[in-house]
Each structure stands twice: as C-alpha cells, then as structure tokens.
Design a protein around this ligand. Structure first.
Ligand SMILES: Nc1nc2c(c(=O)[nH]1)N[C@H]1C(S)=C(S)[C@@H](COP(=O)(O)O)O[C@H]1N2
Ligand SMILES: [Mo]
Length: 337
C-alpha cells in the first residue's frame, strides 16, 4: 500500500495543538475540578489527561533514515492511520519524563549507534547482534497494527519490523524456556528519568517486560525497527522495540538491549509499580475495567484536533482474537489481568 510521507524535519508540539484546542483546555480544566490529587501526582498511575496539552515550541531534530519493509498483505488494511506527526509526538517513554510531549523534546540526542541486542538465557546458542547485523539476517516487514494504551487512547501505526519468533528460533531455546524477559537500556546520563523519581514517575529502572513463550512466538509479535517508512525516532523506542498489538501498550517495551529466555515468569515494570492496577498479561479487554476508568471504549487519535478524536468501542484482544484467543483458553481473564 501507499503511505504518504510528510517531511518531518521541523516539528513543533504547537503544530498539532491548534489554537481552538488550546482554548478549550480551560473548559476541560474546569470540568475536571482541576485539583484532584490523582492528577497532581500521577507517578503511580498512567493516565494524565493534562499531558495532551503540553505546549512546546522548540524545533525538533529528526535523525530518522528511510527504511522500507516488505508489505505483509495479512496485516495490511485500509484503516485510517494515525498521522505520523502524532505518532512521533504523543508518546509514553517515562525515562524521558511523564508528559506526552516530553519524549520528543527530551530524547532528541539519545544515542542509538552503536547498539547491540543480546539474546541468551535458556537457549543452546546465545548471541549478540548489532542493528546492522540484525537487519541483514532478518528482512523487515511492514504491518499496520492498532496500538491501544491502557490509558484508553489508540492509534493505527504502519510499523516496520521483524518477527520476534525468528530471533528466538535462531538462539535455539531449550526445554526450560517458558518465558521471555526484555530489558530497556539503562543509562541515566542519557535518560534523566532513570535516576530521578520526579522525572521518571517513581518507576524502578531499567524498564522491564515479559511474555510467555507462546505469546512471544505468535506471528503477531514483532520487534519494530521503524514506522512510516523510516527508522524509529528515539521517542518511539529507537533503535528497536517490542510491538504486541493485542496487549496494552505498556507491554511494548522500548529501546531493548536484552532478550532473555527464562524458566520463571519475569517481572514487568507496571506490575511492579502498581500491582493492583497492572498485571503481567495486560491483554486488551473491554470487559475488565481499570480500577480508575472504563476500558470499554477508547479515543482513537486520527486526523483532526486532539479533542475531535473519535470514541471507539474497545475490542477484545484489541481486535486480534482470531489470532490469539486460543493462547488463553481456559484462563480466567478477570483474574489474569
Ligand atoms: N522503556 C519504556 N518502554 C515503554 C514505555 C516506557 O515508559 N518506557 N511506555 C509504554 C507505554 S505505556 C506505551 S502506551 C507505549 C507507547 O509507545 P509509543 O510512544 O511509540 O506510541 O510504549 C510503551 N513502552
Ligand atoms: Mo500505555
């Protein structure tokens, strides 16, 4: 399919926050009653509606390079895409701050070259690859996936990536390999949130995530190296991040340096941070509400102003039930959140 690519060398937050929306902000602040304790300290939670209106005007460097992926017809679609400008400017990447506009502003100089990723643990052939080696060994594909954040907003994104299963198979997992553990780079000098609880939202770093081995081997599970025909921007998790489209966005860990096959279920950051609100599985499920808000619908971020976004019904497994429902047969999805 054809994707129109806009030149993005000079993006400002103000480009996507029109004046009328900015003015509407006051009404919303009034509606919220402004001074709720939960919003004043969002550290132990994810939602922060005020973040959508951060208004910064500094020009942004764009270091992305063009990168193409073989279009995978099974994951191609005529869905309305979320505009590239929003995919790269409305982000969650707490290592760079909790505001949606913090990552694009504060990750500009994040060093992604050289970069290595290690695959080890319960495998016969552990290995380490540079990004160049990885892209020679595995041919990237383009797939359009839905991304559904636990905060109840969503995007449709044309990702470029490789199948996680292919990387895992190359390491030859042994019979003890029941789970896969992922780790983000730990480098507080570059990621100011990692050694500041105020900037990083009270999370213990490095950010970690995990999947069951059958989830990791599912054809949908990708390691993304780009989107919209370009390599990833730092704010989207450059140079390589996970994409698990049937799970809430926090499972899709960014800027990965380690993939380890394990016997035991590995810890995951949001579960460690707030176990009552975030589990290990985090499958998108409209029937299981977040303790503080409904998961029955979501705000799709498409064309147009941020407040004119469509409200859509959330689908079980984010619309991917056909591909993944069988992984959870017999499991109580109210319990394994
Ligand atoms: N290392 C790391 N990975 C992360 C996060 C983070 O804060 N740190 N945020 C997660 C959350 S909550 C979401 S919704 C997605 C957002 O991805 P995007 O900014 O590319 O849309 O990244 C996930 N991966
Ligand atoms: Mo999220």
């Amino acid at each position: 399919m054809l994707i129109k690519i806009k030149k993005q060398s000079d993006i400002c937050e103000s480009d996507i926050t029109s004046e009328s929306i900015y003015l509407k902000r006051r009404e919303i602040l009034k509606g919220l009653g402004l001074a709720t304790a939960g919003l004043a300290f969002p550290g132990a939670s994810q939602a922060g509606i005020l973040d959508y209106f951060s208004k910064k005007t500094a020009p942004i460097k764009d270091r992305r390079q063009s990168l193409s992926g073989r279009v995978n017809a099974s994951y191609n679609s005529d869905w309305e895409l979320t505009p590239e400008s929003k995919v790269i400017s409305h982000n969650n990447f707490y290592e760079f701050g909790m505001g949606k506009g913090d990552p694009i502003n504060k990750a500009q100089n994040f060093k992604t070259e050289p970069w290595h990723i290690v695959i080890d643990g319960e495998v016969n052939k552990p290995y380490k690859l540079s990004m160049e080696e990885l892209l020679k060994l595995f041919t990237p594909e383009e797939r359009i996936y839905r991304l559904r954040c636990v905060e109840a907003w969503s995007m449709n994104i044309p990702w470029i990536g490789v199948r996680l299963a292919d990387l895992i198979k190359r390491a030859q997992p042994n019979s003890n390999a029941k789970y896969v553990a992922f780790e983000t780079l730990y480098d507080p000098q570059q990621m100011p949130g990692q050694d500041s609880r105020r900037i990083g939202g009270g999370i213990d770093y490095p950010y970690v995530e995990g999947l069951r081995i059958d989830e990791a081997m599912n054809d949908l599970t990708m390691l993304s190296v780009g989107l919209y025909g370009k390599t990833l921007a730092p704010q989207n998790g450059a140079p390589i991040r996970l994409v698990v489209p049937w799970k809430y966005g926090f499972k899709s860990i960014k800027s990965i340096v380690s993939i380890k096959l394990t016997r035991q279920q590995p810890p995951n950051t949001w579960n460690i941070t707030n176990a009552r609100e975030y589990g290990f599985y985090a499958n998108v499920n409209p029937d299981v509400d977040h303790p503080r808000w409904s998961q029955g619908s979501e705000r799709f971020i498409g064309e147009g102003g941020l407040l004119s976004v469509r409200r859509e019904k959330t689908k079980i497994f984010n619309g991917y039930a056909e591909e993944v429902a069988s992984l959870y047969r017999g499991m109580d999805l109210n319990k394994f959140i």
